[in-house]
Design a protein. Sequence first.
Length: 188
Amino acid sequence: MSEKLILQFKKKPILLGFLILLLTVRFVIVPVYEWQKKLINENNSLANRVEKTERVLSAKRYNDIRYEQLTARFESKDEFLFEFEDDVKFKLERQQELDSLLPKYGVNLLSIGWQPIIEDSSAHTLNFVASTRIEGRTIEVISLINFIDNRTKIYIDSFNFDIDSHGETLGNMRGTLNLSYYVDSIDE
């Protein structure tokens, strides 16, 4: 049968050429095409991995920068927060500070009372609020408020004053001043 086939191919060379073309396509071109397709898919996969890696590295750089900023911010929290200590001791120390501070400004402390402690669990802080009643000359009370307002650990929540003035003088002030002291509660 093989001689018959060879004879047929000699009679019809186009058929032989077509058969050789089909065999070349099947065994040479198709494998090369499939190999290229596989390489293209692998390259696309690697390109996607590179892109994801670049995104992760970019996010890491951003996160490192934010971490440094937050670390610096939390290291400086000591200038804004008092360290945790016993409630009674803390309140007594703050009252003693006020007792020594107010006379420096010529202001009298009439009374002091403490409101219930407010806990902020998201910020890990405790807020101690001292309600004070004070009186003094207007200019001295304003100087005291300015001094307290410029301190980093004492915050003025609210104030309410009556001004008693006669003529062209500023007169006297009497009223309430609510001061907030924030305490770091993480160390509890």
